[in-house]
Design a protein around this ligand. Structure first.
Ligand code: PEP
Ligand code: MG
Length: 640
C-alpha cells in the first residue's frame, strides 16, 4: 500500500465532471484506490462516493492505492488532482379516415400559426412500487430484474451517446447519467437491499433516494444539482426493472405535434426545436413560460386543453390552430382545406409585415420608440435580429439555468452575455438577473416547499439570500459589459432596500474583479415593475433606478389576484382591466417625472391593440416576442 497527500488544484474541486473523470482514471488501474478527505475516506472507484466527499479546490486530500500497479496509479491520480484543468472539457461540438371529431374543448391558442401533423405523446410513466418483502425463493428473480435494469439503461445510454446529431447539452446530460448508471457502489447497495428482501424497484428507489438526499444536503450548488441526476437515474432504472422506459423529447421526429399534460422549460430544452410542428397541453395559459417559448420559436401552440389531451394519443393526424385554440383529431378533407387556407393567410400576413421590420418608429416630437425582443437563449438571437428588433428588452436568464444541467458558471455566463451584447450592438440589451422560484425549479438550487410559490422566495428575494448564486451572475455581467450596450434589470422588486442591497453587491463584485485584475465594465441598473408594491413605491424606486420595465404578466396576476397559470381565472387575468391600466399609467408617470426611461416587457407589450395607449402614457420602449416586432412597428407607424 502506498499513499500521498496532495493539494487539489482541480478548478472548483471534485464536483460533477472532474469527479467523474477522476473515478474513470482510478477505475483504469487494477489496484484498490481510496481517497481520504476531512477525516472521511471513500472508494475512488465510485463517482457517487467521491462527489459526496465534496472535495474543494485548494484543500488537501490523501490518495491511497493498494495492489497491482499501486505506484503508477498513485502517481497519475496525484498528477490529475494537481492539474487545474483536469476534468474540464474542451467545448463540445455544437448541435445541435376516421370520422372527424370537432374540437370540444375550451382551449387557449397561445402561439399563432397552424399545424397539421402526427402526434408525439409526452406522458411520463408513473412508477408503481411494490413494498412487499420478498421470500427467500423470490430473491433470485428480483436480482435478475435489477441486473437487467442496469443492462438496459446502460445499453440505452450507449446508443444515445453514439448518436452524432446529439446536441452538446444533451450529450453532457447523458454522459453524467451514464456514469451514475455504472456506479459500482450504488449497484452494490441496491443488490444488498434485494438480498435483504426488497423488490428490485423498491431497492433501486431506496438507494437512489438515499444518495440523492445526501447530495441535496451539500452546501455547494453544483454538488446539489447531482441529486437531480441521481433521481433521474433511479427513475430510469426503476422503469427499466419493470421493462418500461421514459419518453424523452429529444426523440421528437420532424413535423410532429407534441401532446402532453404539461411541459417544463427544462424538458422542452431537450427537444430539437426545429422538429416541433405544434404543441397541445392540458395545462398552461397565455403567459405561462411554455407559451412564451412557443411564441419565441413561432411554434403554433394550444394550452389549457384539459384532460381530453390523453384522448388525442391515438390520433393518426392532428390539426391545430394556435390562434383560435382549435384542435381537430383526424381531420377530414374539409378541415384540411380550411387549415391549409389559414396557413396561407399566416404566410401572406408575414409577407405584408416585411416592409415594417426595419423601420425606426418615431413620434411627432421625434421621440424614438424602441421596439425590442424578449429572448431566453442565444439560439433566439438570429430570429430576433431578422424580425427587426432594436435590441433586447428582456433576456430571461433563468432559461439558461433551466436548460443547463447545472448552474452555468461565471465564465460560461460571461461568454453568453458577451455574445448577446455583441450581436445587438449598438442597440441595448437588457439582461434580467435570475428570476426563479418554487414554480420554476432549477437543478442545484433547493427551494423550500411553499404553499404559494408566486408569493414566495423567488426572483430578487432568492438571489439576495444566496450571494453564492447571485454574485457569479453579477460578476459575469460586469465582465461582459464592454462587449456592447448592457443594461441590467432586477425582477420582482417590491422594496427600495432590495435595490440598495443589490447595488452594494455590484460594487463588491466590481472591487473584487479589479483586485483580481479581470477586465470589466459598468452597466445601467433598472428594475422590473411587476409587483403592486413597486407601483406604489415607484417614485422612490425611480430615484435609484436607471430605468423601469413593466412586467405586465406578473403585474396583472398580482393586481388582479388571478394566477397567470390558471385558465379558470383567465378572464380576470386581463391587462386591460382598468385596475392594471391605471397601475401602468402610474408607473409611467413616476418614471417620466424622474426623467428615466419606462419600458414594458410583459406580453402586453406585443399587443397591437394597446400599443398606442402605452405610448400615450409615456412608455418609450416595448419588448416582445420577436414574432410581434413588425406588427407593433406597423401599429406605431399608423399613429403618425
Ligand atoms: C412579466 O412578469 O411580465 C415578465 C416579463 O416576466 P416573466 O414573464 O418572466 O415572469
Ligand atoms: Mg415576471
Amino acid at each position: 500500500m502506498v499513499e500521498k497527500s496532495v493539494i487539489v488544484r482541480v478548478k472548483e474541486g471534485l464536483h460533477a465532471r472532474p469527479a467523474t473523470r477522476f473515478v474513470q482514471l482510478a477505475k483504469s488501474f487494477p489496484c484498490d484506490v481510496s481517497l481520504g478527505y476531512n477525516g472521511k475516506s471513500a472508494s475512488a472507484k465510485s463517482s457517487v462516493k467521491v462527489m459526496l466527499l465534496n472535495v474543494k479546490e485548494n484543500t488537501e486530500v490523501t490518495v491511497i492505492t493498494s495492489g497491482e500497479g499501486e505506484e503508477k496509479a498513485l502517481q497519475e491520480l496525484v498528477g490529475y488532482l494537481s492539474d487545474p484543468l483536469a476534468g474540464l472539457d474542451a467545448p463540445e461540438a455544437a448541435p445541435p379516415s376516421a370520422p372527424e371529431q370537432p374540437a370540444a374543448h375550451k382551449a387557449v391558442g397561445v402561439s399563432e400559426g397552424v399545424a397539421v401533423g402526427s402526434v408525439f405523446p409526452f406522458f411520463p410513466e408513473t412508477i408503481t412500487i411494490d413494498e412487499r418483502r420478498r421470500a427467500a425463493s423470490e430473491i433470485d428473480a428480483e436480482m435478475t430484474a435489477l441486473v437487467a435494469a442496469f443492462d438496459r439503461v446502460s445499453a440505452r445510454m450507449k446508443l444515445g451517446l453514439a448518436d452524432q446529431s446529439l446536441a452538446a447539452g444533451n450529450r453532457a446530460i447523458i454522459h453524467a447519467l451514464a456514469e451514475l448508471a455504472n456506479d459500482d457502489a450504488m449497484r452494490a447497495d441496491m443488490m444488498e437491499e434485494v438480498r435483504g428482501g426488497a423488490g428490485a424497484v423498491k431497492a433501486i428507489l431506496t438507494v437512489a433516494g438515499r444518495n440523492a438526499e445526501a447530495f441535496r444536503g451539500m452546501d455547494d450548488p453544483y454538488q446539489r444539482a447531482r441529486a437531480e441526476d441521481i433521481d433521474a437515474i433511479g427513475r430510469q432504472l426503476a422503469l427499466a426493472a419493470q421493462d418500461k422506459h421514459d419518453i424523452d423529447l429529444s426523440a421528437v421526429p420532424q413535423g410532429a405535434i407534441i401532446i402532453a399534460n404539461d411541459i417544463g422549460a427544462f424538458e422542452l430544452a431537450k427537444a430539437p426545436i426545429k422538429n416541433i410542428a405544434g404543441l397541445v397541453c392540458a395545462k398552461g395559459a397565455m403567459t405561462s413560460h411554455i407559451a412564451i417559448i412557443a411564441r419565441a420559436h413561432q411554434i403554433p401552440a394550444v394550452l389549457a386543453y384539459g384532460d381530453g389531451v390523453a384522448a388525442l394519443r391515438d390520433a393518426r393526424l392532428l390539426a391545430i390552430d394556435g390562434k383560435t385554440g382549435e384542435v381537430v383529431k383526424d381531420p377530414g378533407t374539409d378541415t384540411l382545406k380550411s387549415f391549409s387556407e389559414r396557413g396561407g393567410a399566416v404566410k401572406a400576413e408575414r409577407a405584408a409585415l416585411e416592409p415594417f421590420k426595419h423601420v425606426v418608429p418615431r413620434l411627432k416630437d421625434g421621440q424614438v420608440i424602441e421596439v425590442a425582443a424578449n429572448i431566453g437563449t442565444l439560439e433566439e438571437i438570429p430570429a430576433a435580429l431578422e424580425a427587426g428588433a432594436m435590441g433586447v428588452g428582456l433576456f430571461r436568464t433563468e432559461l439558461l439555468y433551466m436548460a443547463h444541467r447545472h448552474l452555468p458558471s461565471e465564465d460560461e455566463q460571461t461568454e453568453i452575455y458577451g455574445k448577446a451584447l455583441a450581436a445587438f450592438a449598438p442597440h441595448p440589451v437588457i439582461i434580467r438577473t435570475l428570476d426563479i422560484g418554487g414554480d420554476k425549479p432549477v437543478a442545484g438550487i433547493q427551494f423550500p416547499h411553499e404553499e404559494n410559490p408566486f408569493l414566495g422566495w423567488r426572483g430578487i428575494r432568492m438571489c439576495l439570500d444566496r450571494p453564492e448564486i447571485f454574485k457569479p451572475q453579477l460578476r459575469a455581467l460586469l465582465r461582459a459589459a464592454p462587449k456592447g450596450k448592457l443594461k441590467v434589470m432586477l425582477p420582482m422588486i417590491a422594496d427600495v432596500s432590495e435595490l440598495i442591497r443589490t447595488k452594494e453587491l455590484i460594487s463588491q463584485c466590481a472591487a473584487e474583479l479589479a483586485a483580481e485584475g479581470k477586465a470589466h465594465g459598468t452597466f445601467e441598473l433598472g428594475i422590473m415593475v411587476e409587483t403592486p408594491a413597486a407601483v406604489f413605491n415607484a417614485a422612490e424606486l425611480a430615484k435609484l433606478s436607471a430605468f423601469f420595465s413593466i412586467g405586465t404578466n406578473d403585474l396583472t396576476q398580482y393586481v388582479m389576484a388571478a394566477d397567470r397559470m390558471n385558465a379558470q381565472v383567465g378572464a380576470l387575468n386581463d391587462v386591460t382591466n382598468p385596475a392594471v391600466m391605471n397601475a401602468i399609467a402610474m408607473v409611467a408617470k413616476a418614471g417620466r417625472e424622474a426623467g428615466i426611461m419606462v419600458g414594458m416587457c410583459g406580453e402586453a407589450a406585443g399587443r397591437v391593440d394597446l400599443a398606442a395607449r402605452f405610448v400615450a402614457m409615456g412608455i418609450t420602449e416595448l419588448s416582445m416576442n420577436p414574432g410581434q416586432v413588425a406588427k407593433i412597428k406597423r401599429a406605431l407607424a399608423s399613429l403618425n
